[in-house]
Design a protein around this ligand. Sequence first.
Ligand code: KG4
Ligand code: ZN
Length: 344
Amino acid sequence: MLILGIESSCDETAVALVRDGREIVLSHVASQIDLHAPYGGIVPEVACRAHAEWLVPLIQNALKDADCELADVDVIAATSQPGLIGALLVGLSAGKALAWALDKPFVAVDHIDGHIHATRMEHPEMLFPHLSLVVSGGHTEVYRSPDSCTKELITSTMDDAAGECFDKVAALLGLPYPGGPQIQKLAEQGDPTAVDFPRGKPGDDGMALSFSGLKTAVLYHLKREGFAQKAGRPRLEFTGKQAPQGVLADVAASFQECAVDMLIRVALAASKSTGIKHLGLTGGVACNSRLREKLAQACAQHGVTLYACPPKLCTDNAAFIAGAAHAFAQAGRFSPLDTEAVPN
Ligand code: KG4
Ligand code: ZN
């Protein structure tokens, strides 16, 4: 079964062709990072316009590169939720229009199902039920999956997503958007024990999670180190007498260590509370090498088998949309052509 997947929920315009759920024939991602970088974050209107301009040529190029025609495609799939409403509408409308014009079945895919399924594409040996730690720019959640078409929310951040926190702290440190990879790089030169940032209260079940306090703690720490807040970018400037040698790298490393520890704590608490010992790690922040390394160690110590999504499938793409759609198509769960985009 050949599935054409379309993803446009946020700032990546993506198209993929996936055969039988796992064989990625082709996966094209047109990143909008350069368009949004000057603003320090995603501008919804800019994202929406870029999707509208780029999507059709991207589909045409994908088919050409795969030496394939629309007639060869068995199922059309597109992300329908959650995301930026204008951005979602571009990909979803294109997917539904193609399905209607070609008289092919259509599958509307929840973006989170895509992230969760991405791990399964690389690790088909991950048994059900399993947990997934989904850590991205918009989501930080743990889900329980009893089968390939169902997810149940176990816990979620009360405020900011982990990736959003990486991006905001990076902005404070004067690093470009997206901040996660930049913090990881800077952290390599810093001491993760230099600053003991607060890891928040775990709550009775150990699964409470909040990132807004951590972001504020970083801000206050930098102010104490002689930085002053200002409008524009970078958000902080040094006003003290001595150049802040090593301070920023130590802050990056200590912040990253704190965020990683909080994610590990919640993942292990979810495993303990559900009794499930199979854990998938996915989403853009799952590219973070410190998280991958430290979570793998923690899981090994607690008898949990960790299945880390490969970095190329962690960040947004359309291969995981087509992959998830395959599971739904196999279960006969197709979507009507009046399926609406749901932003939240
Ligand atoms: O999954 P994704 O591509 O988009 C959403 O669905 O949100 O995730 C993007 C997020 C951004 O916040 C980015 O800073 C973060 O993933 N990210 C990282 C790393 N690579 C990407 N965060 C920490 N360390 C990384 N290496
Ligand atoms: Zn995503």
